[in-house]
Design a protein around this ligand. Structure first.
Ligand code: ACO
Length: 323
């Protein structure tokens, strides 16, 4: 049975770090408020010349290097983003060109903060369906460019960055002892649109728009949705919380992460946290966190890793994989 195994990972962050103290100078907020409510201490903000495609390209190159591969070895590029360089062509095609890749195909998926989970699920389906042997999966965002910097309820929460993995087809026995993606579970419900959306777009206002969010409403739904979809992933594999070596959640808010882990019974020492360093980087947050924990040796070959995310739409999902 074919499995999609992680062969490499990489990240890219903008040069500029913006601390909470720096934000205090331009927004009516405080380091204490931000840390207490979210766990965020700093974020990276893209400067001139830094775009979703440039960050995604850099993360993609790093993942290829780590895998000992080049773009010539890749069949498909999937980019999860809600902040593309242009309405079209897709950022994935832009990155394909930047990597000097002129074969195969590339496309974007848009599921906001759940984008990386959606992209991994899509890549896994392509690999298991025999349409591709190696997929470069990238989560890349420049949310700073859709923030209303006069709205303190949203602008303190987000940051920019990119992360990538190479997924490769490998033969497995078809059991949960195999390396690779073991199950992927996706959900969405458009009835929640008004709780988290961007108030512009090519077909409505003709503008890019700004992110708008009812933070409390998002918070209220987050833990329940995340834990439900994780239980579906457990049901599909026969795993329980005790089998999880590492929970690598979407990094929106430390309180949502802690609440979900507690409800599932996953101890905090098994939870990878980078929200303090990166803020909420939407589709980039999971691969940024995954790479941090793999690079420093926490995640080891054979470990069971649980990815989960919830975001605008709402969209939500979970992927269980063996590293
Ligand atoms: N600094 C200081 N005060 C602030 C700030 C700020 N940056 N933002 C809001 N406040 C004030 C509010 O005005 C309010 O003041 P008031 O009581 O005088 O009216 C007070 O703080 C409390 O505001 P609430 O919105 O009730 O604060 P809450 O405790 O709910 O925390 C937060 C807000 C952090 C946004 C929280 O609701 C949350 O974490 N929600 C989830 C949001 C999220 O994570 N979204 C992303 C997930 S989906 C995705 O990743 C795209």
């Amino acid at each position: 049975m074919i499995r999609s195994v992680v062969r490499g990972f990489g990240t890219a962050l903008p040069k500029r770090v913006v601390t909470n103290a720096e934000l205090e100078k331009t927004v009516d907020t405080s380091d204490e408020w931000i840390v207490q409510r979210t766990g965020i201490r700093q974020r990276y903000i893209a400067g001139e010349g830094e775009t979703t495609a440039s960050l995604g390209e850099a993360a993609g190159r790093a993942a290829l290097d780590k895998a000992g591969l080049t773009a010539a070895d890749i069949d498909v590029i999937i980019v999860a983003t809600s902040t593309p360089d242009n309405t079209f062509p897709a950022t994935a095609v832009n990155i394909q060109n930047r990597l000097g890749m002129h074969h195969g195909f590339a496309f974007d998926v848009q599921a906001v903060c759940s984008g990386f989970v959606y992209a991994v699920t899509t890549a896994d389906a392509y690999i298991r369906g025999g349409l591709a042997r190696r997929v470069l999966v990238i989560g890349a965002e420049t949310f700073s460019r859709i923030l209303d910097w006069t709205d303190r309820t949203t602008c303190v929460l987000f940051g920019d960055g990119a992360g990538a993995i190479v997924l490769e087809a490998q033969e497995g026995a078809g059991t949960t002892a195999d390396r690779g993606v073991l199950t992927a579970q996706l959900r969405s419900d458009g009835a929640h649109r008004d709780k988290l959306y961007v108030d512009g777009g090519p077909s409505t206002t003709g503008t890019v728009g700004h992110l708008r969010m009812e933070g409390r409403e998002v918070f209220k739904h987050a833990v329940g949705m995340i834990t439900d979809v994780i239980v579906s992933a457990f049901d599909a594999t026969g795993f329980t919380a005790d089998d999880v070596d590492w929970l690598v959640p979407h990094q929106a808010n430390k309180r949502i992460i802690d609440g979900s882990a507690k409800k599932l019974g996953i101890p905090e020492e098994k939870v990878v946290i980078t929200v303090d360093l990166h803020g909420n980087t939407s589709a980039a947050s999971i691969p940024l966190a995954l790479a941090a924990a793999a690079q420093d040796g926490r995640i080891k070959q054979g470990d069971v890793v649980l990815l989960e995310a919830m975001g605008g739409g709402f969209t939500w999902g979970a992927v269980l994989l063996r590293w």
